[in-house]
Design a protein around this ligand. Structure first.
Ligand SMILES: [Zn+2]
Length: 138
């Protein structure tokens, strides 16, 4: 009877992995696959993952953030989503929040917060998108 146990545990392990967010981001839609994505951490918040996804025809930047070791309060951190052209010129900059605002501790199962940013209408000459964790005001 013991040999049946791995069969039972395998889906549970896969579910636990999905919960921690430690899975490879999906590949980008082909028409935006040339866009470079850059994650910039702050002293409080780490941008763990960033990917592009089209949902119901609309393009989003999606990702996960975690709390840096020793950091306490993440409610004063936001994300600046910056769209740049080939010359490094900023085409658009948007400040967004991640949810939950207070990122859970990493040793818990849900050690991440999620962000979800609408990019449409995307300027046609975007070659790089940066998501920068930023504390305080502008
Ligand atoms: Zn900012």
């Amino acid at each position: 009877m013991k040999r049946f146990k791995p069969l039972v545990l395998a889906p549970i392990a896969a579910f636990a992995l999905a919960l921690t967010g430690c899975v490879t981001p999906p590949p980008p839609p082909s028409d935006v696959a040339h866009i470079k994505l850059e994650q910039v951490d702050s002293s409080v918040v780490r941008v763990e993952r960033l990917w592009l996804a089209r949902e119901e025809g609309r393009l989003f930047a999606v990702g996960d953030v975690s709390k840096n070791l020793g950091a306490d309060d993440t409610t004063r951190t936001h994300l600046d989503v910056v769209l740049l052209d080939a010359n490094g010129v900023t085409l658009r900059e948007t400040s967004v929040q991640f949810e939950p605002r207070q990122i859970p501790r990493a040793h818990r199962m849900h050690g991440h917060s999620r962000f979800h940013v609408l990019l449409d209408p995307l300027p046609p000459n975007v070659v790089r998108i940066e998501v920068r964790a930023h504390e305080g005001a502008h």
